[in-house]
Ligand binder design. Structure first.
Ligand code: SAM
Ligand code: SF4
Ligand code: SF4
Length: 344
């Protein structure tokens, strides 16, 4: 069967709540060279932690086959993530394979640690842009958050290399945790406004079961916007497209914009068009899902494209996830999947 990638509404899968399938995150590794306190705390991800074996990971061919199939169901955007995607050996080769798929917006989220070395090769392989995570410009704060003593300067070098290689616009993600890095909000806003990169603030989320999340550690998007606006006045900007998760704000003096991702205080489940594939090929329909659907078994069991499409379409049609909207009403604690495995 020849599959012609298309976002034709006729082939766009809709879930139980009428939401189309539009974007896909693929985790290419569960490993990472950082131990961010809100994601892979050292106490849980220590030297004895059992990461997946190589053969458990989807191969580049398997990932590419799935990506092609997903585009026939309406996927327009794929983000590679992890773990740290740039620690996966040969990632440039995967980028080249995926960027050959027509009509696909391909991007990647990275902690930036290997970007100075890899930006040019990623661009040459066909990657168009990147998002870099950075939680502070203050070395002491950043090192305490990444927990492996990694300096800010090296991430900034990576950001510069990405911009120089044409991986633009470069977006910067900052997770804000109360009592840890809220004092870094304003310096980060000023710094990236001057450089023309789009900074996005992410509310600290209760993903996984290891970060010991507490609601009082969340700095709300509202507080973040107010804090910046007092010094650098902001006004709301329209969304770029329907279902955009970041709420956009622009500086009134025309000097750029920021985004806030209010996943906790202003849930956006009703517009959530995102599926995730874990490192070992489990399909998840929500970041807070407790179970996935095994696509790897189908791939390795010789399933046809039709059978895979039927499985994926069936899973999406049955989807009724809206965890963030009902977070407060949850009575039984969920056995949630770690973000580094499911792909943040
Ligand atoms: N290692 C890459 C990185 O850090 O950019 C990609 C994977 S990481 C899991 C993807 C994104 O999830 C990062 O921007 C990270 O800051 C964010 N993240 C991780 N844990 C989070 C949490 N508990 N709450 C909010 N965002 C989180
Ligand atoms: Fe690694 Fe990214 Fe998680 Fe930090 S947020 S531990 S860099 S996967
Ligand atoms: Fe989407 Fe689930 Fe997040 Fe809601 S909680 S926005 S359904 S991933």
């Amino acid at each position: 069967m020849t599959l012609i990638p298309t976002a034709n509404p006729a082939t766009t899968a809709r879930d139980h709540l009428g939401r189309p399938l539009r974007d896909l995150r693929i985790s290419v590794t569960d490993r990472c060279n950082f131990r961010c306190v809100y994601c892979m705390p050292k106490e849980k991800f220590g030297s004895d932690y059992q990461f997946l074996e190589r053969k458990a990971l989807l191969s580049f061919e398997e990932i590419t086959r799935l990506a092609r199939l997903f585009t026939t169901l309406g996927i327009e955007k794929i983000r590679l993530t992890g773990g740290e995607p740039l620690v996966r050996r040969g990632i440039e080769q995967l980028i080249a394979m995926l960027s050959a798929i027509p009509c696909l917006d391909l991007t990647l989220t990275t902690n930036g640690s290997l970007l100075a070395k890899k930006a040019a090769a990623l661009r040459a392989a066909g990657l168009k842009r990147v998002t870099v995570s950075l939680d502070s410009l203050d070395d002491a704060v950043f090192k305490a958050m990444n927990d492996v003593d990694f300096p800010v300067a090296k991430v900034l070098e990576g950001i510069d290399a990405a911009a120089a290689a044409g991986l633009t616009p470069v977006k910067i993600n900052m997770v804000v945790k109360r009592g840890v890095n809220e004092h870094s909000i304003l310096p980060m806003a000023k710094f990236f406004r001057e450089r023309g990169h789009i900074l996005r603030f992410i509310e600290y989320m209760d993903v996984g079961a290891t970060n010991g999340w507490r609601m009082d550690e969340v700095v709300s998007a509202r507080e973040i916007v107010d804090m910046i606006s007092r010094e650098l006045p902001l006004e709301p900007a329209d969304a770029n497209y329907s279902g955009e998760v970041a709420e956009r704000w622009r500086y009134k003096d025309g000097s750029g914009e920021i985004g806030v991702i209010a996943s906790v205080t202003q849930a956006f489940c009703r517009d959530c068009t995102r599926a995730r594939i874990s490192t070992e090929g489990q399909l998840y329909t929500c970041l807070f899902a407790t179970a996935g659907h095994d696509l790897r078994a189908l791939l390795r069991g010789g399933a046809s494209d039709e059978a895979l499409l039927a499985k994926i379409g069936g899973v999406w049609s049955a989807r009724d996830d809206r965890y963030s909207e009902i977070r407060g009403r949850q009575t039984v604690p969920l056995k949630k999947i770690e973000m580094s495995y499911i792909g943040g």
